[in-house]
Design a protein around this ligand. Sequence first.
Ligand SMILES: N[C@@H](CCC(=O)N[C@@H](CS)C(=O)NCC(=O)O)C(=O)O
Length: 212
Amino acid sequence: MLKIWGRATSVNVQKVMWTVAELDLPHERIDVGGAFGGVDTDEYRALNPNGLIPTLEDEAAVVWESHAIVRYLAAKYGSGSLWSEEPARRAQADMWMDWAQTSVLPDLTTVFFGLVRIPSAKRDLPGINSAAERLGKTYGVLERALEGRAFLTGDSLSMGDIPLGSTLYRYFDLEISRPSLPNVEAWYERLQARPAYREHVMVSYESLRVVE
Ligand SMILES: N[C@@H](CCC(=O)N[C@@H](CS)C(=O)NCC(=O)O)C(=O)O
């Protein structure tokens, strides 16, 4: 059985749990990280030397970095569904996964930490607003890519949808200004129609909110 280490409120854990649920894989998730602690122990550091979540154990295989875990699970258990055997289509999925990591997550993290995890007295509002504005432009690239498509790499969900799709719950839930993104919103609705997405990505982050 798969073991996934990481609290359910982590967006990086959510990507993994959404993948596991889409593939209907038997698993156990262990709460570590954040208020649960447990990531500084020798036992955990032997699995993941970064002391971060998520970490996956699949028999002898240990994988960390959420996108590497999503790729691993898709390759091993999702051929023909989340994983395409066709290199060009798979490269499209890889492209959006890397793009999520490098183009979206840094600004989304600034906005999320700034509005949720940092006390209001210490908030850098100009910095948060600039990150939100850049984020709107970045999602504009996605908006154009989704024109005429149900999912990022075609007519069905692939691993390429998972990291970016996992960012949408927070992006649309946070109180920030957003440009009009009808294609992204339609994609978000298609994702919300999936039980695995609702259960594992649309997880309240209220327990992470700083106590003022
Ligand atoms: N690039 C890593 C980032 C991992 C990461 O930063 N995880 C955060 C949670 S989202 C973490 O471990 N924070 C410390 C904690 O929760 O204790 C990945 O995608 O897996």
